[in-house]
Write a protein that binds this ligand. Structure first.
Ligand SMILES: *Cc1c(COP(=O)(O)O)cnc(C)c1O
Length: 382
């Protein structure tokens, strides 16, 4: 899992001197992660989930790289994201997880964008639109098996499947569901949802089926069906609490040290004076804050469980409140740090999972909220 080569030294030479923060995204690693997941899931097909701007990393750069790696099916959340994906890769199969809104059926049909249908009324609207326009763009059926979020409730799904006047008008290309607890392989809901999914897909024996996202893939082959739908793992995320996905980290976030100051015992640091130096301390101020996606929750308690940054390989605790544009860290253990040096917010020794945990959230949220102010450097992807 070495990431020391992310952000090769050559990048430093080409960076504008004014750069306060740097987000390095390794596109070759994203492609390699997809290939590795595809090999892991074979003979099931491997799609790619690229919603939320490819989890914050830039769909315009990520989607073409995945297409080149061999990915042919993409899942996004919204129609606008699908339009972007189709624009980048016109031949790609693109599914919209959020489904088709009332009166937007014609737009899906005219662009060949596939909705993931999640209610009986959506099925009915889609069937009508396909009939009216004499056009049959395939769609996915999303059956709920226990997440109770989007998805046709299991019993309604069984009833709707027996309505030939409805179903004959829809070209069903995929039957899918989504797991609630796949990050924990010991959770009994996994098996329960899989068994309910078995019942649902038996109504569509000739249609491709899909159940697993990044974490579900690691539950084993019975969860793979015909297609897996990883998102987070493509971007180097480790979604399961128990098993490691065969992927490598792809992002590194570095920010500039703006100032280094010594404070005496008894001094407080930051808004609301939440941190007080018990001994003379050295404080570095970094050029990133919550507006850049460094969660305010990373301010953490003063017991070592809160957020840290990595300076020259030393973990330095965030002290005092993370503010909008600035973060203060205690650097007594990295006393040689100078203004102009780099600190890693995410880096070779600081995974997105650890950053999330230390901020009371998950790596997914860290990734998708990385700020727009960082200078973005893409590695590879040629
Ligand atoms: C977001 C999402 C995925 C991808 O999940 P990851 O945990 O990022 O792999 C797959 N399927 C559905 C329905 C989703 O909403």
């Amino acid at each position: 899992m070495a990431m020391t080569d992310i952000g090769a030294p050559r990048l430093a030479e080409t960076l504008p001197a004014t750069t306060n923060g740097l987000l390095i995204i390794d596109l070759d690693r994203i492609a390699a992660n997809w290939r590795s997941l595809a090999a892991f899931a074979a003979p099931a097909a491997c799609a790619a989930v690229v919603k939320a701007d490819a989890y914050g990393l830039g769909a315009d750069r990520v989607i073409p790289v995945l297409w080149q790696a061999g990915c042919r099916t993409f899942f996004v959340a919204t129609f606008d994201e699908a339009v972007q994906a189709k624009h980048l890769c016109p031949e790609a199969v693109v599914y919209v997880l959020n489904g088709v809104m009332t009166s937007s059926e014609a737009e899906f049909l005219s662009l060949g964008i596939r909705p993931v249908l999640s209610s009986v009324s959506q099925l009915e609207r889609w069937a009508r639109a396909c009939a009216d326009r004499r056009e049959r763009v395939p769609a996915a059926l999303h059956v709920d098996t226990g997440l109770n979020r989007l998805g046709i409730p299991h019993t309604e799904f069984l009833v709707a499947s027996q309505r030939p006047e409805l179903m004959s008008r829809i070209d069903v290309a995929l039957v899918m569901s989504h797991l609630a607890c796949a990050d924990d392989p010991t959770h009994p809901m996994n098996d329960g949802q899989r068994l309910r999914f078995e019942i649902a897909r038996r109504l569509w024996p000739a249609t491709a089926a899909s159940l697993a996202a990044s974490d579900g893939m690691l539950l084993g082959q019975p969860y793979h069906y015909d297609m897996v739908r990883p998102g987070y793992a493509l971007y180097g995320g480790q979604a399961s609490i128990a098993a490691a996905a065969p992927v490598n980290p792809v992002v590194r976030v570095r920010v500039k040290v703006l100032a280094v100051e010594d404070v005496p015992a008894g001094a407080t640091v930051g808004y609301s004076a939440t941190w007080r130096a018990s001994v003379p301390s050295r404080i570095a101020t970094l050029a990133a804050g919550y507006a850049d996606g460094l969660p305010r929750g990373a301010s953490g308690p003063d017991d070592g469980s809160g957020g840290v940054v990595s300076i020259a390989g030393v973990h330095c605790p965030i002290t005092g409140r993370v503010s909008m544009d600035l973060t203060t860290v205690e650097v007594t253990a990295a006393a040689a740090v100078r203004p102009g040096d780099w600190a890693d917010i995410i880096g070779p020794d600081l995974t997105i999972e650890e950053v999330g945990r230390r901020a009371g959230t998950i790596g997914y949220e860290i990734l998708t909220r990385l700020g727009r102010r960082f200078h973005r450097s893409y590695v590879g992807g040629a």
